[in-house]
Design a protein around this ligand. Structure first.
Ligand SMILES: CC(C)(COP(=O)(O)OP(=O)(O)OC[C@H]1O[C@@H](n2cnc3c(N)ncnc32)[C@H](O)[C@@H]1OP(=O)(O)O)[C@@H](O)C(=O)NCCC(=O)NCCS
Length: 200
């Protein structure tokens, strides 16, 4: 995503907008992440009892930028109130048009439309970069995330029962997917010929 800002209004609040993340957003993003992980509602894909540190997050942002993968924050009143990013679905070349993503909204800004604004901006940014499919893994008990993804055009394509153990319970993972841009109705744009056949 360029410098373009996506705006959304929240009643009786300063306006929120989405922009690419910066290194100086890392402490706020880490605080959001740690809160949710500590409360057991984060997505299973990112679940790590020991933490991600600031250097990990900065490295991750740089790697993603190099691959034209969006790493976005929602800002409101000068504060980061959420973030979302996409990573390659799998490393092998055949999967290079598919991404998976994560999204986190600050605990005191939930249910105010920030998640929907961020996820829609992430979808748009991935589509512009010519990714064609977007996949999410959601804890089966995470009603907010299931609803958010449904509202943003994802459909449930699978369920991995009891695939994780966290906070004293077995957790299912629901796989959600949506197509981006032209989806599978047309071949992708440029694909280096060395990768075109027989890989992945
Ligand atoms: C999932 C999450 C990103 C949603 O963000 P949010 O800003 O609260 O969502 P929004 O306010 O934009 O709401 C989006 C939709 O989800 C619904 N929703 C939000 N919270 C909900 C809840 N607790 N239960 C059921 N539906 C909920 C909203 O009603 C809205 O649907 P609608 O437009 O049909 O009314 C947020 O709850 C979060 O950060 N959770 C912790 C981290 C996490 O679980 N991340 C996702 C991992 S897959």
């Amino acid at each position: 995503m360029s410098d373009e800002r996506v705006e959304a209004g929240v009643a009786a609040q300063p306006r929120a907008f989405v922009r690419p993340s910066r290194d100086d957003d890392v402490p706020a993003m880490l605080a959001i992440y740690r809160h949710h992980i500590a409360h057991g509602v984060g997505d299973l894909g990112d679940y790590t009892p020991d933490h991600l540190d600031a250097e990990d997050l900065k490295r991750r942002r740089k790697n993603m930028r190099a691959r034209r993968l969006p790493h976005l924050v929602a800002e409101r009143g000068g504060e980061v109130v959420g973030y979302a990013y996409a990573v390659p679905f799998r490393k092998r070349p055949a999967y290079r048009y598919a991404v998976k993503h994560s999204i986190y909204v600050r605990h005191d800004a939930l249910h105010e439309g920030v998640g929907r604004m961020l996820l829609n901006a992430l979808i748009d940014a991935c589509a512009v970069a010519d990714y064609r499919q977007m996949i999410g893994y959601i804890d089966g008990a995470n009603a907010a995330s299931l609803r958010l993804h449904e509202a943003c055009g994802f459909r449930q394509v699978g369920r991995l029962p009891s695939i994780a153990y966290k906070f004293g319970r077995w957790a299912d993972s629901v796989i959600v997917q949506r197509s981006l841009g032209l989806g599978d109705s047309a071949p992708p744009g440029q694909w280096p010929s060395s990768l075109a056949e027989g890989q992945g």
